[in-house]
Design a protein around this ligand. Structure first.
Ligand code: EPU
Length: 764
């Protein structure tokens, strides 16, 4: 250590001063602020963000400024800055120009550590977990360690703590910027060494050099993982080494390993001596190795094995390390910070070993430089996942590199031979992509060091509701998240339904209505979607599709046909024919089901639904059933107001006995009319209601608008009142075309066209 280092250590740990931290909200910087406050300094800090951490620190005495102004650090005798801080930062600049002492975060940490017997935990993966585990075990062992770890650790209380009673200081070293070479610990625990942070290091040799320097500055023991080839090669040559791992030659090793869902049990040996049994409540083989490192360290520091084993059992994970966000017999949602191919591989291995049917992964690459440098490794890292959705890179403080995106990793995974990868450039849509893939038995894993976990949280919150909906509809029914409504409309357009629910009977529908009312969830009923234009943002809340079971039933009793709302009108026309009942042939030409036909009082061939209706059964907004005869119902052209607030269950239609040939001939006539006057392309039937003056189709035709288009939406050349989807049209295209037609009809003919098609949902 240089004299300057010694001075800094004295300044920070034996004296009291005025210190300012630039970037104090960062997870590493907030830990330093916490230590300095506990050491009795006057601490101020600046950051563009305020966080829960800065709130907590302010309660402990931090003077926090949510901006970087030189004046706020005027009284500071020392300025500590995070590596995310740019040279031009006004506080840093003014401090340096004014000749004030400025140090990097790691320098301050190394100085604080030097006041105690330092234990530095280093390596590319598992540092936070292992340093937290070490601090916890030494604390339970009565050694009163101080600690500094890179994340909030519930079991430790805070990310950093100064304990004046103890001799030891456990810290997580950050190798990403070479600053671990600043430490002079008594002991070092080296977990693994491999190519990482290639934005900073030229190659593995450069990384090795930094580690070798750290080892040369370590005065006590070097603990390293014998299963890690680089770590073993680099550490082996030091004096006083102790190795641990699963390999037979390790000084501390585990045997009889039993990996369970979220825990593992193993036997620990020191050489030939059996120390005892350990139970670890954090999952995965890699954590057994981490625990062995801690066992080796604590044992060498004199903590009895029984105490170590007891405290290991109590140890809980850091946040975002295989953190369980949702757990039910059907689904398990887990979040993990893993962002390097090795970590991803290890976490996926753990996820697979949990024993659910499939593992679905959402991944957000972290940093452009890493994505670019390790693209091949990323391509091979997802073998254990069944499906992978990848979004764009979380840049951290990096600027984008042209051509480097999530797509690049998807391409690598596909090229590597895994067919299950897809790209979603919009982070905010990730939960939808993965949510819509869900099947009972799935484990969903969010991976990445950026903000992908927020997407998993949204999914978890929606899953809570989806599971309750599933309980209501039971085994027969179906519930899906974020179901694309383009799959359920004849126009093949529309964003997703937040909750798609298929009940199979009246009792279930009634319960759904009550549930949505209680939970204040919007409820929308959709039939065959033949008269529906759903906007591209989809429908929020519960979208109920009564289908199958009782809803598809058609019963004939003398001249009356009773059909559930899910029954197709076409089927009713054919059932009537089979029973020699006439008058319902026109139903053949309507693509929808009973529910929609009632709602719209749909018509064809000059007839309208309600001309044939005898009775309607419906549920009111509280889920209670009612039967109403036709004469009690108010009905208009293409409009049945009762169903604005209520939900149809079934309807009874009246046919009239007629000769079979007559029925056949009318059916034929309807088919011919459709075949010759209407397009077969994807459409929602007639878009506009017929105005009094002139049928809408004729009007559009006369206005010369046939074949006019917006995007992939086009006015049919066959019939002017049909807009067809040429493939991939959006609701936005459709709505713009509708608007154009309306404007032209208004300006050229003074006719106000009104849409017949129901337009619902939210814009994107
Ligand atoms: N016409 C034109 N050019 C066109 C389209 C129609 O000149 O591009 C003329 C036809 O030649 C006819 C008149 O306009 O003289 C009316 O056309 P059509 O007979 O096709 O009937 P429509 O009123 O356009 C109605 C229903 C259709 C139903 C048919 C057949 C409305 C809004 N539409 O169409 O229902 O299939 O009758 O019975 O009432 C639906 O509602 O979604 C639907 C398709």
């Amino acid at each position: 250590m240089t004299t300057a280092d010694v001075d800094l250590a004295k300044f920070l740990t034996q004296e009291r001063h005025n210190v300012h931290l630039i970037g104090v909200a960062g997870s590493g910087m907030s830990g330093i602020a916490g230590l300095l406050l506990q050491l009795g300094h006057d601490v101020s800090g600046s950051d563009k963000l305020d966080t829960l951490e800065t709130d907590r620190l302010q309660r402990l005495g931090l003077k926090f400024y949510q901006q970087h102004r030189a004046a706020d650090a005027h009284d500071a005798e020392l300025v500590i800055y995070s590596s995310a801080i740019k040279k031009e930062n006004p506080i840093l600049k003014s401090a340096q120009e004014g000749g004030k002492r400025t140090v990097r975060r790691a320098q301050a940490l190394a100085a604080i550590m030097s006041a105690k017997r330092g234990i530095l935990v280093a390596g590319m993966h598992g540092k936070t977990t292992t340093s937290a585990m070490a601090a916890h075990v030494l604390r339970e062992g009565g050694l009163h360690p101080s600690h500094y770890v890179g994340a909030e650790i519930p079991i430790l209380g805070t990310n950093a703590h100064w304990d004046a009673r103890g001799e030891f200081f456990v810290a997580e070293g950050d190798e990403s910027d070479g600053t671990i070479a600043l430490f002079h610990p008594e002991h070092a625990l080296v977990l693994n060494i491999e190519e990482e942070h290639l934005d900073f290091y030229a190659d593995l040799a450069a990384i090795e050099k930094v580690f070798r320097q750290l080892l040369a500055q370590t005065t006590g023991k070097v603990f390293y993982c014998a299963d890690e080839p680089n770590a073993a090669r680099i550490c082996r040559s030091s004096d006083r080494v102790i190795c641990y791992g699963l390999s037979a030659e390790a000084d501390y090793r585990a045997t009889k390993i039993e990996l369970r869902n979220f825990s593992s049990v193993f036997r620990v040996y020191r050489g030939q001596e059996k120390l005892g049994e350990a139970v670890l409540n954090v999952p995965g083989e890699h954590n057994i190795k981490n625990a062995l490192g801690v066992i080796a360290l604590a044992t060498e520091l004199g903590v009895p094995f029984e105490k170590i084993a007891k405290s290991l059992t109590k140890f809980q994970h850091a946040r975002r390390r295989f953190e369980i966000k949702y757990d039910s017999p059907r689904f398990l949602l887990v979040d993990d910070y893993g962002h390097h191919p090795t970590e991803i591989n290890a976490t996926l291995k753990t996820a697979k070993s949990v024993g659910r049917k499939r593992v679905l992964t959402m991944f957000q690459p972290h940093r452009y430089s890493r994505t670019k440098a390790l693209r091949k490794e990323f391509g091979r890292a997802f073998d254990q996942a069944d499906r992978i959705v990848i979004t764009d890179v979380y840049g951290s403080n990096e600027s984008p590199i042209p051509g480097v995106s999530g797509q690049m990793i998807v391409d690598e995974i596909l090229a590597h031979g895994h067919p299950g990868a897809s790209y979603q450039p919009k982070l905010e849509l990730m939960h939808r992509d993965v949510g819509n893939m869900l099947e009972s038995g799935d484990l969903v894993l969010s991976l990445g060091a950026g903000n992908i976990h927020e997407q998993l949280s949204i999914l978890a919150a929606d899953l809570v509701i989806a599971e309750r909906l599933k309980e209501i509809v039971g085994e027969d029914g179906d519930v899906r998240l974020y179901e694309p409504l383009s799959k359920h409309t004849t126009l093949r357009v529309g964003g997703p339904a937040q909750f798609w629910v298929e009940p199979r009977n009246e009792a279930t529908l009634s319960e759904l209505i009550r549930f949505c009312r209680r939970e204040i969830l919007p409820l929308f009923v959709i039939g065959r979607g033949s008269n529906l234009l759903v906007r591209d943002g989809g429908i929020r809340g519960v979208v109920v599709h009564p289908s199958g079971g009782d809803f598809d039933k058609i019963d004939i009793n003398k001249n009356e046909i009773t059909a559930g709302v899910g029954a197709k009108l076409k089927e009713i026309a054919y059932a009537a024919r089979a029973a020699d009942l006439g008058g319902l042939e026109w139903m053949e030409g309507i693509p929808g089901a009973v529910g929609g036909a009632l709602r719209m009082n749909a018509g064809a061939m000059g007839a309208q639904t309600f001309e044939k209706v005898v009775r309607v059964r419906y549920l009111d907004s509280e889920g209670n059933a009612h039967d109403k005869n036709r004469d009690e119902l108010e009905v208009h052209y293409r409009h049945f107001p009762l169903l604005e607030q209520n939900f149809a269950v079934s309807a009874t239609f009246r046919g009239a006995p007629a000769p079979r040939e007559q029925i056949e001939s009318r059916l034929h006539e309807s088919q011919e009319k459709r075949r010759t006057t209407q397009p077969i392309a994807k459409s929602a039937g007639c878009i506009f209601k017929n105005p009094d003056k002139c049928p809408a189709g004729k009007l559009v035709d006369e206005l010369g608008l046939k074949n006019s288009s917006v995007g992939k939406a086009r006015v049919s050349a066959v019939h002017g009142n049909f807009i067809v989807n040429d493939g991939g049209a959006t609701a936005t295209d459709m709505l713009e075309l509708i608007d154009r037609i309306k404007q032209t009809a208004r300006s050229k003919r003074g006719i106000e066209l009104e849409t017949e098609v129901q337009i619902v949902g939210e814009p994107i």
